[in-house]
Design a binder for this molecule. Sequence first.
Ligand SMILES: Cc1ncc(COP(=O)(O)O)c(C=O)c1O
Length: 388
Amino acid sequence: MVAKIDPFHAIAIGGEAYRLEAEGRSVIHMEYGQPSTGAPSAAIAEAHRVLDSDPMGYWESAALKERVALLYRERHGVTVQAEQILLTCGASPGLVIALTSLFEPGAKVATARPGYVAYRNTMKALYLEVEEVACGPAERYQISAAAIEALEPAPQGVIVASPANPTGTIIPGEELARIAEVCAKRGIRIVSDEIYHGLTYGEPAHSMLEYAPDAIVVNSFSKYFSMAGWRLGWVVFPPDLIEAARARMGNLFLTPPSLAQHAGLKAFECIDELEAHVATYRRNRELLLAALPALGLKEIAPPDGAFYIYADVGRLTNDSLAFCRKLLNETGVATAPGIDFDPVEGQRHIRMSFAVSTDRIEDAIARMIPWFKAQPPLSQPLAPLRTI
Ligand SMILES: Cc1ncc(COP(=O)(O)O)c(C=O)c1O
């Protein structure tokens, strides 16, 4: 039987948002999880430079793999060999390669709910069994060692994400250590999605590699490096899995774009520019958090990282997609419906991305305050979720 995959509803909202814009409406795009800034300028200059000289064939940049390996030494104090790095066309194919290198069809893989839409749908497409672990505000929407310990029978794998999409919450280092311990004890393989590393507003995020050297770590140039459309990412594999992973990359995707690899290497030299984006997100986060009470949105776990606010709108709606469409059509503010991230509780949530300019955030807040105030509460609102 062919696996049935749910659509990514934020893309439908994005389509509607662009249609409204084409009709002359002013739209603020907070529906997609992508920076609005574009690649750093030196990376773009490098791409221009190599276009005239490089044949742009199938290629894996040895220098880029070395640079990525260095990142783990510099940032996390762990030794990763360049040969353990697989360059991919973003984290999305990286997840496919990680999951197919580790698990047979039918294997059970646990992940937090809410969580990134593609975990659930990629696993379904690969005929893996998704074990969604309900995580509310009381758990700061994150899977814990205790929750993994309580799963009977033990799943074959777990996907952890810190900072997470859609909530931006982080799993602290001590908890990552406990997760590593439980997984080692129970024979559970860990896939750690670290795509939002670099985008944190308090403590920096720890890598799972600090605690579980055999974890598979997925990352990408789409978020911190602001290069989503360049389609470039990487996965760190333990030595015993890298050949299996290479075989999958070569057969399924060949190599990532050569142009992106040249530009990506240069992007590592653009830290000042990239940190300026983080400073903008930090300011946007503060503005949005300060505005939430005026929107009547109190049930949130403030994000530690990434660029999202995941807000409970259960007082106003039990249909998050309809709610996002109404908000878009009546204010021009595009957001993502919670059903993308949580098939059970997602009807009561929306996700706002603050990876836009601060002007746009201020404008969005000014548009949303009167709109939210004017929304009639549901006659039978959903029962509140457990709070922190
Ligand atoms: C948590 C998470 N993982 C992976 C991805 C996929 O990213 P990429 O553009 O690198 O394929 C995204 C994209 O939004 C994401 O939010």
